[in-house]
Write a protein that binds this ligand. Sequence first.
Ligand SMILES: [Zn+2]
Length: 152
Amino acid sequence: MLRECIKRKAHEVVYKTGTRDPIKICEAKHIPVYYDDLGNQIMAYHAIIKRIPAIVLSTRNSEFENTYSCGHELGHHFCRHTGNTECLNRSNLRFSTMGNEAEANEFMVDLMLDGVNPRDYETKRQLLQACGIPTWAERYADWERMTNGVVY
Ligand SMILES: [Zn+2]
């Protein structure tokens, strides 16, 4: 899926649900979110059970982690990744440029930054923090486009 399509999809979802909060988007879209103890490593996964999509989040996550993990799993949902996608794993939180995991991360960032004006924040770091984006995902943000040439 092209980056442009991912961005458009994320924007459409925010527009239709009226929120950038991944958990609230699940409510609005009737995507069940379950909480389970997934152990030390796994933070979240996306499952399709009898053709009904669901997102499972670890009870060991912080609220911050749950929010972006949910955004990542929504990426798998809306990019229609039907095969087995990797679980979001603590040891696997990094920037990658290809494949389903990269697309899910791109969607997460596009969704959580949709409509945000970078000029409202003094630094990139502040913006990311305010929008709940973890620092490892910083490189997915399309700064140039968001700021229309304003350089930090
Ligand atoms: Zn994933």
